[in-house]
Structures are given as structure tokens and as C-alpha cells.
Design a protein around this ligand. Structure first.
Ligand SMILES: NC(=O)c1ccc[n+]([C@@H]2O[C@H](COP(=O)([O-])OP(=O)(O)OC[C@H]3O[C@@H](n4cnc5c(N)ncnc54)[C@H](O)[C@@H]3O)[C@@H](O)[C@H]2O)c1
Ligand SMILES: [Zn+2]
Length: 402
């Protein structure tokens, strides 16, 4: 019998909005995101909230309930908001997925109803995964509340949780229905989380937009704690989100079927370092180290000029990133040791399948993919970062002493 060839395509579209005061009743972004004259109203919704966010915004559950009451012709909360731990703990506990599924089940949310996920990238990943797997996918509105989630993780098409000690082992590709970035949430971030998300902006600047990288250099002291200029950060979040969205739309591989994942520049080491440090390093902090490492390696293998490398390392230093942790070289000479940084290369390849594909840098604004690496040069790159770190510590000590 002749084979039947199946061929169809599905179009996705969603808006990423930027606002402040998202849950003030007069702000219509959320109601506009769910209102549809073609569908029965009001829409059922369950909110999943980040506990770490609530520590700074205690009245958020009440605000959301008041908002829903003010717009009860458009949306109705089917249950009290579900509060989950913030940070990586959200992705490490399968009971949390189960709990969200249970609420979705008990409140009879259907595929036209919404999960409203409010929080950092970890909580968005958890809530998105739960939404994406209930009824094979119910609708999702993300409200990212950290720099990293507003400029990167929350605007894209992926969700995931950790399992079997492996980051993002379980996950879905599930574009959101809308992303509502409320920039005023960023004010309450601690300095580490404020800074961490800037590393994803450095990443896309280095790969895709030298002018944006220059902007980051020019505004480094305004962006860095303690100044934390919200206007400069607003530009950083907006442009970084725009570059990520543009990549997803135009790369030809939004659901990462191929072996190449350019936006994961610096991430093979970052994911391994997050794991090796028991997630005491924030994702963005690990990414800053991963970027520095891959840039140092790019230089040592003749791709990137020393001037460009210096600019990159100066920018990360000016922002206050620390580019060395002892876990980086603890087992570097025994690549088969499970705690060796190089195991990150294998996990990276396994996660994608296919050929190892690592993005390096030819110049600021220009990446280059390679399919094999020279581990000795990577050891040299680690040594370079270790030396720089030691020099900085010494300098800080002598400044404190004088
Ligand atoms: N799905 C993707 O495409 C994708 C991409 C990149 C990263 N990620 C994931 O995102 C996660 C990291 O996200 P993150 O950097 O947003 O950190 P996070 O989610 O770990 O949050 C950091 C901390 O900030 C708290 N918090 C959140 N909003 C706050 C606010 N406005 N004020 C004060 N505290 C607040 C949280 O409770 C948490 O303690 C990682 O798990 C990473 O793997 C996912
Ligand atoms: Zn990242």
C-alpha cells in the first residue's frame, strides 16, 4: 500500500506587552488578553503565584481578586490563587505540578480557560509545564516578574521542570497566549536577581546586535547595583526580549528540532554550574560565567580579538558579576567524573540530540558554531578566569586595607 504523506503547519502568534500597574482595575491589558467576542465569556482562570514575589507584594492575591471582580464579565477566578515556592525549588518538586493539575481538574478548567502564571522564570516554567500538560495544553498567560523572565525565559515558547537530577528534563514547547511584563515588579528584586538577568542581554548583544552590546557598556554603572536605573533597565529588557522573539520567529527552528541552539550561547557550562553549585548560583549568574568562559575560549582558539574579550570581561566586572566558582575546575583533569564541568558538554548534546553544536564568538555581534572542542584550551580558559578572579580579590583586599 502507498504511504500517506501528512503535511500541515500551525501558525502561532502572541503579544508581549510592557506596562506598570498591571493589576490596577483600570489597566485593561489582562482583560484584553482574554476577551474574545467569538467565545463564551467570562473566561475561567487560575492564578499561580511566586511565593518569593509575594514576600514583597503581600497584597497581590487581593489585587488579583479585586481585578477579577471589577472585570467579572470577562474573567472569573475559578479558585484562590495557588502559591508556590519561588526559585529553582519550584522546578524540583513534582508534587507542585500535581497540585496545579489537581486544581485545574477540580475547577473543571477546559482548553479555553487560562492559567495565569505570575513570578520568576522558575515559577513560569513550572506553571507553564502544568498548563501545557493538562488536557494536552490549556491556555497560558505569563506575568514575568524578574529581569531574566521579562527579557528571556518568559517571552519564549518553552516550559520545563527538573527531574532525575537533570535540568529541564521534562518540558513542553507551548507558546503562551500573552506575556504581560509589569516593569514595576523589578524594583523589589534583590541585587543578585536584578543583575543576573542582564547576562541574557549581554548574550544576545554579543550574538546579534553590537549596538545593544555598546549600550550595555555605556550604561553599565547606571544598571549595576546600587544605582539600578529603571529607565536603562527598561530599555535592556525591551531590546533583549525583542531580539529573543525575533530569533524564535525567524530562525526557522522555534521548537528546536535541529542540533543548533544559538541562544544557548554560554549555556552548556551554565547549566552544569547551576547543578554543581546545587543551584546556589542563579541561572543568570551561571550564564555570565558560561559566556565569559566561551568568550575566553573563543579568544584562545583564535576567533575573538583580545580587545573584544577585554571589553566583555570589563562589562561583566562593571556589572558586578563574579566569573569564577571553584566548581569550575574541581575535576577538570578527569572528564569522566560526574562533577567535571566538561560533563556539561555531553548533557548539552544529549538534551538536543544529534551533533554537538556550540556557539562561540568571532567578534562582538557575530557568533560562529563549532562541533568539537579542545579541552586543553578550555582548561586554559578556566585558568584565565581563575587568575582574573584572584587579581580582583587581591585588589579589593588592598582597597579595603588602604
Ligand atoms: N523556559 C525558558 O525558555 C527558560 C529560559 C531561561 C531560563 N529559564 C529558567 O528560568 C529560571 C530562572 O529564572 P529567574 O532568573 O527569573 O529566577 P527565579 O525564578 O529563580 O527567581 C529568583 C528569585 O526571585 C524571586 N522573585 C521573583 N520575582 C520577584 C520580584 N519582583 N521581587 C522580588 N523577588 C522576586 C523568586 O521568588 C526567587 O526567589 C531557571 O530555572 C531557568 O532554567 C527558562
Ligand atoms: Zn538562559
Amino acid at each position: 500500500m502507498q504511504s500517506i504523506h501528512q503535511d500541515f503547519s500551525v501558525e502561532f502568534s502572541y503579544d508581549v506587552h510592557f506596562t506598570t500597574g498591571l493589576f490596577q482595575p483600570k489597566n485593561k491589558l489582562l482583560t484584553d488578553a482574554v476577551a474574545d467576542p467569538e467565545e463564551p465569556m467570562p473566561k475561567k482562570m487560575v492564578a499561580v503565584l511566586d511565593k518569593g514575589l509575594l514576600a514583597h507584594h503581600e497584597d497581590l492575591p487581593d489585587q488579583i481578586e479585586t481585578y477579577a471582580k471589577a472585570h467579572d464579565d470577562t474573567l472569573t477566578l475559578a479558585a484562590s490563587p495557588i502559591v508556590v515556592p519561588g526559585g529553582e525549588a519550584a522546578k524540583n518538586d513534582p508534587d507542585l505540578v500535581n497540585h496545579i493539575h489537581q486544581v485545574i481538574y477540580e475547577t473543571r478548567l477546559d482548553r479555553h480557560a487560562y492559567v495565569l502564571a505570575v513570578g520568576g522564570g522558575a515559577v513560569l516554567d513550572l506553571a507553564g509545564y502544568a498548563a501545557g500538560t493538562a488536557h494536552r495544553g490549556i491556555r497560558l498567560i505569563r506575568v514575568p516578574t524578574t529581569v531574566l523572565s521579562q527579557n528571556d525565559s518568559g517571552v519564549g515558547v518553552k516550559n520545563g521542570i527538573n527531574a532525575f537530577d537533570t535540568k529541564n528534563f521534562l518540558g513542553t514547547f507551548e507558546p503562551p497566549d500573552a506575556v504581560l511584563n509589569d516593569l514595576s515588579f523589578l524594583r523589589t528584586l534583590d541585587d543578585r536577581d536584578w543583575r543576573a538577568g542582564i547576562s541574557e542581554a549581554i548574550k544576545v548583544g554579543l550574538l546579534k546586535d553590537a549596538d545593544f552590546f555598546n549600550y550595555l557598556c555605556d550604561h553599565a554603572s547606571a544598571l549595576a547595583p546600587p544605582t539600578r536605573d529603571l529607565e536603562a533597565m527598561t530599555h535592556v529588557v525591551y531590546r533583549c526580549a525583542e531580539l529573543h522573539l525575533d530569533h524564535i520567529a525567524t530562525s526557522g527552528d522555534p521548537f528546536e528540532k535541529g542540533s543548533s541552539r544559538p541562544l544557548d550561547f554560554g549555556h552548556w557550562a551554565a547549566h552544569k554550574l547551576e547543578e554543581l553549585t546545587d543551584y546556589t548560583l542563579r541561572h543568570g549568574e551561571a550564564v555570565a560565567i558560561g559566556i565569559a568562559l566561551d568568550c575566553a575560549y573563543s579568544h584562545l582558539t583564535g576567533h575573538l580579538s583580545s580587545e573584544a574579550l577585554d571589553r566583555i570581561l570589563d562589562l561583566t566586572a562593571a556589572l558586578g558579576f563574579d566569573l569564577y566558582v571553584p566548581e569550575m575546575d574541581a575535576h577538570l583533569d578527569t572528564p569522566d567524573h560526574p562533577d567535571c564541568l566538561f560533563q556539561g558538554l555531553d548533557s548539552f548534546r544529549e538534551h538536543l540530540g544529534g551533533e554537538l553544536t556550540i556557539m562561540l564568538l568571532n567578534a562582538i555581534g557575530e557568533g560562529i558554531e563549532v562541533h568539537s572542542v579542545d579541552r586543553d584550551r578550555y582548561r586554559d580558559a578556566v585558568a584565565l578566569l581563575r587568575r582574573q578572579h584572584a587579581e580582583r580579590v587581591e585588589q579589593d583586599l588592598s582597597e579595603t586595607a588602604s
